[in-house]
Design a protein around this ligand. Structure first.
Ligand SMILES: [Zn+2]
Length: 164
């Protein structure tokens, strides 16, 4: 596939659940506790990012999700394609956005970066591999079809291709 980086390997859903690597955007820029993201307002406290208000005097640093958005460097790529998709595009994209809203409400780092037209359908990019996996599985559960994951543990990048 064009544009693929080295290190991508096909993986099963089970392997994915066991083997997610560490996200460099989280590991390399471990924030001070407490920290507030000046862009989205998420706060880092007790080792995790939440939507709770940061205490007065919190350190300021971009959260990993805003940092990825700023760098235009997604962690997850979900391709939705096929004739069935094109016929049900609006309702499937509603499902995708609903999935993001639910995840994001509890986990500030789970966000969609963009939904772009691709050759046979659309490409959804995300700030976290877990959201990409959840979106792909949600669509697959609801609409059947075929779903294949490729994962690069070194880069912690997930590519999910769903087609029907
Ligand atoms: Zn942020």
């Amino acid at each position: 596939m064009k544009g693929e980086r080295g290190g991508f390997r096909p993986v099963s859903r089970m392997q994915l659940l066991e083997g997610m690597g560490e996200d460099s955007y989280k590991a390399k820029r471990k924030p001070r506790d407490p920290t507030r993201c000046p862009n989205c307002g998420a706060s880092f406290h007790s080792g995790r990012w939440t939507w709770d208000a940061a205490p007065e005097g919190a350190h300021e640093q971009l959260c990993p999700a805003c940092h990825r958005i700023q760098d235009r460097f997604p962690a997850g790529y979900v391709t939705l394609a096929g004739e069935y998709f094109r016929g049900h595009r609006d309702e499937i994209l509603r499902l995708v956005k609903h999935c993001e809203e639910r995840e994001k409400a509890a986990h500030p780092l789970q966000r969609i970066m963009a939904i772009e037209d691709a050759a046979e359908g659309v490409l959804v990019t995300t700030t976290d591999v877990h959201l990409a996996r959840n979106i792909a599985e949600r669509v697959h559960d609801a609409c059947k079809g075929s779903l294949v994951f490729h994962y690069s543990k070194e880069d912690n990048l997930l590519r999910a291709n769903w087609k029907r």
